[in-house]
Design a protein around this ligand. Structure first.
Ligand SMILES: Cc1ncc(COP(=O)(O)O)c(C=O)c1O
Length: 237
């Protein structure tokens, strides 16, 4: 996210920013860690993320009011200083159990190692894919330290992702279709009346993006295998 563009807009219109950093733990914008730019930010620790607590996540904020409110909401709406079992608001049970938190603390100590390993895998992919006209690797701006969650490539216009994915699967390389546009999600369609054709650029790009296999310990040979299968599937090998 371009924080230097977003923050003045929020300032101008008096908006609060809740930053979904669930895929960006450890990332930096102009030398500052992500999570501190908005009023609050979220990080997720599902096992596919850079680090995990099994399930769960955290909200970070330097706003005392948001901190109090979210602590209360995760604890069935109880007030922090209130009487035992006094519910000040409607809340949820979003408490993280101690075992998960302990796993998270140990994972946090290893986070930098994970990030470096993931950066290495991403670089191997990018170097291998550079120069191909039929696929675009992810672009990272120079003032950003990327924290790699997934590695998503975009096929050139005219190439259809779905048969490419099916062919890759047949070649033994599983991939995922990332990401579905929000305006085409059934719930949003129903709530807001959105639909196909409303955001043609988004829809065109979404129909051409593929998440390639990605984990900390992927080797050069694995990358070679994946890129070979991708090229074959896109019939340009
Ligand atoms: C950008 C983003 N936001 C939110 C979430 C949801 O995280 P959780 O399932 O831990 O609530 C994810 C999970 O993949 C995500 O990638």
């Amino acid at each position: 996210m371009e924080w230097d563009s977003i923050l003045p807009i929020a300032d101008k219109y008096g908006l609060k920013i809740i930053d979904d950093s669930c895929e960006a733990l450890g990332a930096e914008y102009k030398g500052r860690k992500i999570g501190q730019f908005g009023d609050a930010a979220t990080f997720a620790f599902y096992p596919n993320k850079q680090m995990t607590t099994g399930e769960g996540g955290i909200i970070v904020t330097d706003n005392d009011e948001i901190a109090r409110l979210t602590r209360s909401m995760r604890n069935q709406g109880r007030g922090e200083m209130g009487a035992w079992l006094e519910h000040e608001r409607l809340g949820y049970n979003y408490r993280m159990d101690e075992m998960s938190a302990a796993l998270g603390v140990s994972q946090l100590h290893r986070l930098e190692t994970f990030l470096v390993k993931r950066e290495r895998v991403a670089q191997m992919y990018t170097e291998r894919l550079r120069g191909f006209s039929w696929v675009r690797p992810p672009v990272v701006k120079p003032h950003v330290r990327m924290s790699w969650f997934v590695y998503v490539v975009t096929l050139a216009e005219g190439l259809n992702r779905d048969p490419v994915m099916r062919k890759m699967e047949a070649l033994g390389v599983p991939t995922r279709a990332y990401f579905a546009p929000i305006h085409l999600q059934p719930y949003i369609r129903e709530q807001l009346g959105t639909g196909r054709g409303m955001l043609p650029v988004t829809e065109s790009i979404a129909a051409r993006t593929i998440a390639l296999p990605f984990h900390n310990n992927l080797t050069k040979e694995h990358v070679e295998l994946v890129v070979g299968a991708l090229a074959e599937a896109a019939s340009v090998a």
